[in-house]
Each structure stands twice: as structure tokens, then as C-alpha cells.
Design a protein around this ligand. Structure first.
Ligand code: HEC
Ligand code: HEC
Length: 459
């Protein structure tokens, strides 16, 4: 009743104000309602925080992109020839795998249907990261906890330590040295045969034998005539003996940059000057995001990330990291600084709708719950239900860590004034959906018809 009364009151106001808004220029052109001039508020707010159109990555060499696409879907690079990058970063699954934590080599099926499969198959410690916009200049920090990064000027660091090659063109290209090496991820365990029933020549090495593993991966590629020919054509300065892991990674990087750059969301069009690109709800959501809800304290700039590390008290659920199982201490394990306990890299929120479940451990399967968690971490931790992670991970919620998480939570996680109303939360969600690039909704064309090894493709 109360609600209905308010609506009819508004109608009167509309009628009354219809003439006035023509003069003031404050009408919403879509429905003629007198709206506050949202652009007059939002544009200066964005300017004051330096939120500008995102600089697109440089154009990638088409020969490299094509080669990278094949390698990305190529299971020949994995120890048992049973898993490719695309298994966990699938174009139709938001460049991730739709699981809380990825199932590594030996897993069966794809996406939400994937199961552990072979007896030795395990969960990777974290949620598969999406690959959107990783080629944007300045994206120099990789992993949920920042354990790899760099750029051509300052050089690169990674879990491979001193063995980390330095001649990469970007951090996203450099990243590819990593997933190929862990036994549980792509390399395989000793004693397990490959899909043809042959021995896996990489299995006897250990995970930190980086420099010994990479040449074996390169040999897998060079053993397929089409890859040898494509690699030599793409890198005319290198002889067959000189082709190394950097060349493979550069091709993978070129493909990831070309395929997953997604900078044509409604929000991009708005940043480029088109006031009509966002709806009123999306603009109100942006005003909250960059204003009262304080999201941009961490999710700053056009990509909604400061590339910094913060503790937002995400529930400790899942396997945890092997060194701290069943917990995950985040950036602390990289920096060794106790002030970094439970901190994770602020995720970019581009295409955020497309890559659930969310957080470093896939703790939440509903995007609105992620936002509610930020707005009231304590209530979220108390009410947290681990039925939303994979059935195999049920019972892995560790509420005994909640108090410590809350004691250390980032103080920037604070709404100014009253808690957000339901309408405001809906506006905030509308803004998040304005970060989706419509062209990312169907990336079917990225799946090759076949790969040179003839092995099956995840599609
Ligand atoms: C078994 C699943 C799996 C496979 C296979 C896999 N990844 Fe990943 N990928 C992940 C997970 C999980 C993360 C996040 C790991 C972390 O932060 O601890 C990740 C992170 C990344 C990132 C970092 C993104 C960022 O924002 O920091 C890149 C780039 C990437 N993977 C590329 C690749 C490439 C290229 C391949 C193939 C050579 C590959 N991945 C194979 C699961 C996988
Ligand atoms: C104190 C810094 C900080 C603030 C303020 C903040 N976030 Fe976050 N946000 C993070 C970090 C760090 C993560 C990743 C946490 C994790 O993985 O455990 C995250 C994760 C997210 C995710 C999930 C991303 C993914 O890839 O899984 C969404 C969505 C999100 N934040 C939205 C918001 C919104 C909306 C607001 C404002 C209400 C906000 N954040 C405020 C730091 C912050």
C-alpha cells in the first residue's frame, strides 16, 4: 500500500515537472522523467579519480596469434597429452573454467561437468583466473597473490626464480612458463602413461626443475612438423635449435591478448564520451561504486583494479595452498611480510559477470553475494554456506579463521553513511553488468577446428 502511494505521488511530480525539465535540461530522454542530471555528477567524479578510457594493447602479429591459438588448445604440450590451457581458460566459460578450484591433469570433462577422474588428479589451489585485458599496458602483476610479474624495462620475476627468462614482451606472455611445469597441473605424475599408452618423459622431474622441463615441452611442439614450421616462420631470426620456451610463450601471449581484450563494454563507450551508453540505473551504480560504496578505493581506474593486495576477509574454504593447507595466506607467502596475510590482488571487474564462481577460491557462486560480502563481511562469514563450492570440496569451510580475517580486514571496505538500500544494491549490480563487453558473450570462433597433433580439443 505504502509503495503504491509513492508511485502515484511520483506520477504527479512527473506531470508537474515535465515543462520545467525541458528548460533545465534535466530530463531523461528515454522516458521524459525529471531525473537528477546523473552525467553532471558522474563525469566529474570519474575525472577526479583519473578514470579514463583504457589504452588498448598493441596489435599482435597475426602469425603469432594463429600459432598461439593452436598451442592454447594443444594437449600435446602436457605430460600425458590430456590437458591444454583451454581446459581451464575456455572461451565459452569466460576464459576460465566455471569451477571454484580447477581440476588438474587427469580430470575428466569440461567446465561445471569436470570431475577429478584419475585417482591422482587433484584440485589446483585456486580459482582459475580469467584472461580479459591482460595485455593492457601496465598490467604487470600476475596470479591471485602476485608471484609473477614484470615488464620489458624492469625485467620479470616468477616462481622459477633466477631461471626466469627475461626476454618477454609482457607479463601475460611470461606467465605461460608456469602452468606447463607443475605435475598436478599439466606435467603429470610418474608412473602414469599418456593418452596413447606411452611413457611420459617429463614425469620424473620435480616441479622446480623449471629449466629442465621447458626444453621437453619445446621438444613436444617441435616434434609436430606443423608447429616446427609455424615457429620458424613466426621467429625468422631463430634456428630450429634456438627455438625455446620464450618463443612458445610469446605465441600464447599474443593469442591471449588478441582473443581476450574486451574494451567495448557500455562503460567504455561512456568513457569515450557517449552519455547514452549507460542506463540511469548503471549511472547510479557507478556513482555508488566510485563514491559512497568506496569500491574504487581498490577497484580503481578504468579496469577497476589498483593492482595492489588487500584482505577482504574472503571465507577460507577449499583445499588451501599446499604449504598452509587447509588455509590460504595469500600475498604473505610471496612477500614474507605479516602485514600481507590473507591479501589477494584486487581483481579487475571487466566481464566480471562471465567468470564465476568468484574470489581466489571460488567461494561464491552468486555475484550479488560477492558484493554483499564486501558490504558486510562479518554477516557474510557468519551466513556462509559451503554448499556453493564443488561437492568434492564440501566441508572445507574454516570458520575458525573468521575472527582473524575480520581483525585484519582492509579498512577501505566501508560504505559512507547508511548501508546501501536494496535499490542501491541493484544499481551497483547494474553497473557491474555495464562492464561486460557484448562481444565476449560468444567467443565460439576462438575454438580451432583441429590442432596439429590431432589430439581432441575441449569444446
Ligand atoms: C588445470 C587448470 C589450468 C590450466 C591447464 C592452465 N591454467 Fe592458467 N590458471 C589456472 C589457475 C587456477 C590460475 C590462478 C592461479 C593462482 O593465482 O594461484 C591461472 C592463472 C593464469 C594466468 C594469470 C592471469 C592473471 O591475471 O594473473 C594466466 C595468464 C594463465 N593462467 C594462462 C594459462 C596458459 C597460457 C595455460 C597453458 C599453458 C594455462 N593457463 C593453463 C588454471 C589453469
Ligand atoms: C579493500 C579493497 C577492496 C574494496 C574497497 C572492494 N574490493 Fe572487491 N575485491 C578486493 C579483493 C582483494 C578481491 C579478491 C578477494 C579474494 O579473492 O579473496 C575482491 C573481489 C571482488 C569481486 C570478485 C572478483 C573475482 O574475480 O572473483 C567483486 C565482484 C568485487 N570485488 C566487487 C567489489 C565491489 C562492488 C566493491 C564495493 C562495494 C568492492 N569490491 C570493494 C578488494 C576490494
Amino acid at each position: 500500500m505504502h509503495h503504491a502511494h509513492r508511485i502515484s505521488l511520483n506520477r504527479h511530480l512527473v506531470f508537474f515537472a515535465a515543462g520545467a525539465c525541458l528548460i533545465a535540461g534535466a530530463c531523461d530522454p528515454a522516458d521524459g522523467n525529471p531525473e537528477p542530471d546523473l552525467d553532471a555528477e558522474l563525469r566529474p567524479l570519474l575525472d577526479s579519480q583519473g578514470v579514463e578510457s583504457v589504452v588498448a594493447p598493441p596489435e599482435q602479429d597475426p602469425a603469432l596469434v594463429e600459432l598461439g591459438q593452436l598451442l592454447f588448445f594443444e594437449k600435446e604440450l602436457s605430460g600425458r597429452r590430456n590437458i591444454s590451457c583451454a581446459t581451464c581458460h575456455h572461451p565459452l566459460l569466460g576464459s576460465a573454467d566455471a569451477q571454484s578450484q580447477s581440476r588438474g591433469q587427469g580430470g575428466l570433462g569440461l567446465g561445471p561437468q569436470r570431475v577429478l577422474g584419475d585417482p591422482d588428479t587433484v584440485f589446483l589451489a585456486r580459482n582459475a583466473l580469467s584472461l580479459w585485458n591482460r595485455g593492457v599496458p601496465g598490467w604487470d602483476v600476475m596470479f591471485w597473490d602476485g608471484r609473477l610479474g614484470g615488464n620489458p624495462t624492469d625485467g620479470y620475476f616468477s616462481p622459477a626464480g633466477d631461471a626466469t627468462p627475461q626476454d618477454f614482451s609482457s607479463a601475460v606472455a611470461a606467465f605461460s612458463i608456469i602452468p606447463l611445469t607443475p605435475d598436478e597441473e599439466m606435467r603429470g605424475f610418474p608412473g602414469e602413461l599418456d593418452v596413447h599408452g606411452n611413457e611420459n618423459e617429463m614425469a620424473h622431474l620435480t616441479n622446480d626443475d623449471f629449466a629442465d622441463i621447458w626444453p621437453l615441452v619445446v621438444a613436444r611442439a617441435m616434434g609436430v612438423p606443423e608447429y616446427e614450421q609455424r615457429l620458424l616462420a613466426a621467429f625468422p631470426g631463430a634456428s630450429a635449435a634456438e627455438i625455446n620456451i620464450v618463443h612458445l610463450c610469446e605465441a600464447l601471449g599474443a593469442f591471449m591478448i588478441d582473443a581476450f581484450t574486451a574494451l567495448d563494454a557500455p562503460f567504455d563507450r561512456y568513457l569515450a564520451g557517449d552519455d547514452s551508453a549507460l542506463s540511469d540505473a548503471e549511472k547510479r551504480g557507478a556513482l555508488l561504486f566510485y563514491g559512497r560504496a568506496n569500491c574504487s578505493a581498490c577497484h580503481s581506474g578504468g579496469l577497476q583494479t589498483d593492482f595492489g593486495f588487500h584482505n577482504v576477509a574472503t571465507p577460507q574454504v577449499g583445499t588451501g595452498r599446499p604449504e598452509d593447507a587447509p588455509y590460504d595466506l595469500g600475498h604473505y607467502r610471496v612477500s614474507d611480510d605479516p602485514a600481507d596475510m590473507y591479501k589477494f590482488r584486487t581483481p579487475s571487474l571487466r566481464n566480471i559477470e562471465l567468470e564465476g564462481p568468484w574470489m581466489h577460491n571460488g567461494a561464491f557462486e552468486d555475484l550479488e553475494d560477492v558484493v554483499r560480502h564486501h558490504l558486510d563481511p562479518e554477516a557474510s562469514l557468519i551466513g556462509y554456506d559451503d554448499l556453493q563450492v564443488e561437492p568434492e570440496l564440501a566441508g572445507t569451510y574454516h570458520p575458525e579463521k573468521n575472527q582473524e580475517l575480520l581483525d585484519l580486514v582492509d579498512p577501505a571496505l566501508a560504505v559512507e553513511g547508511e548501508p546501501l538500500s536494496d535499490e542501491e544494491l541493484a544499481d551497483l549490480m547494474a553497473f557491474l553488468s555495464a562492464l561486460t563487453d557484448p562481444s565476449s558473450l560468444n567467443l565460439f570462433h576462438l575454438i580451432p577446428a583441429a590442432v596439429p597433433s590431432g589430439l581432441p580439443i575441449d569444446d
